[in-house]
Design a protein around this ligand. Structure first.
Ligand code: ZN
Length: 364
């Protein structure tokens, strides 16, 4: 068993100011954000005030949208190289953090294209990274992963120890402005990370411990947060749950629900967390048939796998309006079958079983 998580993770309210000197891991920063969220949450202002205090120059690249593309990271690469930035500060949800990680590699390796990121043999340096999450779901602040959308529309992740952030600041005060729907979809993304970690063939004693705590926190606090969005104490619990879930997938990776969900997000527009979580009970039921021990922790927390379904239903995960044709069903299922997620999912999933998963979520 190996446990490796080299990120220095600071956690708490106003934590940036208590450990501000540790944010200065270079001489010029590129701050990578989406268009609005870093501003609205106050995180950008806090970061800039620390940089100013230490007289660290920076450029701000704020054009990362949801599901970052090659174009977005290539533009960031150019800006970082042109301005001779030597560290990345990524602020936001998963998209700006994953884009920031991609830019960190590309800016250190000027000859590389985004396609080259997917084979880690292509590079052995990256700019150091500071990550500041403003949602609680992705866990990207503690993982060696980044997910990009390729020009053909497919979402694909890459993994490299070089993109574990050097320092991450987890401050629940940046999360209180999240809308109800964003809170739900990001929280069930974290829940998917922990549940997939438990079901994964790569699960370890330690990843199971982290996952169990994370699932319990989401089970107990997500319904509370949804009724009281600005409650900082509840937000703290979800923030911790999300980072714990990130530590889980840093060890185990994600499995089938993520692969099934990517197609729904790209082709049907359902957000990543929700598009993934809708499959959890059905994949878990299938896993139980061949590996009943794998679902024990879930049955303890939710009472049963039906209890997991009922929980997801209670937080509106099954409120969606999507449909697809037979051709789409074929295409999605074949893509999933070819993804690396299948081999780490117990349950002997073949093409027919994968099609069955898609059919189940259409019937709801
Ligand atoms: Zn995810």
């Amino acid at each position: 068993m190996l446990y490796y998580m080299p990120t220095k993770l600071y956690y708490g309210k106003d934590i940036i100011f208590q450990h501000k000197e540790e944010m200065i891991i270079g001489e010029k920063a590129i701050i990578v954000t989406g268009r609005n969220s870093a501003k609205i949450t106050g995180a950008l202002e806090d970061v800039i005030s620390v940089l100013n205090e230490f007289h660290i120059p920076y450029v701000h690249y704020n054009e990362i949208g949801e599901n970052p593309t090659y174009e977005m990271v290539l533009k960031g690469k150019e800006i970082a190289i042109e301005n001779e930035c030597d560290f990345v500060i990524a602020i936001g949800g998963g998209s700006p953090m994953d884009a920031g990680k991609s830019i960190a590699v590309l800016a250190s390796n000027p000859d590389l294209s985004p396609d080259d990121l997917f084979d880690m043999k292509n590079y052995d340096v990256a700019l150091p990274i500071v990550a500041i999450p403003t949602t609680s779901g992705t866990g990207s602040e503690v993982t060696p992963f980044a997910v990009l959308t390729k020009p053909n529309g497919r979402k694909s992740g890459f993994k490299s120890e070089l993109i574990f952030p050097d320092v991450s600041y987890l401050d629940p005060k940046y999360m209180v402005k999240m809308s109800k729907s964003l809170t739900m979809t990001t929280a069930v993304d974290a829940l998917s990370h922990s549940i997939e970690g438990i079901l994964s063939k790569k699960a370890t004693v330690l990843s199971d411990m982290l996952a169990k705590e994370s699932i319990s926190l989401i089970y107990n606090y997500l319904p509370k947060v949804l009724n009281d969005l600005e409650n900082i104490e509840y937000r703290e619990k979800l923030a911790i749950a999300s980072s714990l879930a990130g530590m889980v997938i840093a060890q185990t990776g994600t499995i089938l629900p993520h692969s099934l969900g990517y197609r729904i997000t790209i082709h049907k527009g359902l957000r990543h967390g929700q598009a993934t979580a809708i499959f959890l009970p059905f994949v878990a039921q299938e896993v139980k048939k061949t590996a009943p021990k794998k679902t024990k922790i879930l049955e303890e927390i939710f009472g049963s796998l039906d209890g997991l379904y009922e929980f997801l239903k209670s937080v509106d995960v099954y409120k969606y309006d999507i449909d697809f044709t037979e051709e789409e069903l074929d295409m999605f299922s074949k893509e999933v079958m070819n993804s690396s997620h299948v081999k780490n999912t117990p349950g002997n999933f073949d093409l027919e079983k994968i099609k069955g998963m898609y059919k189940k979520i259409l019937k709801i």
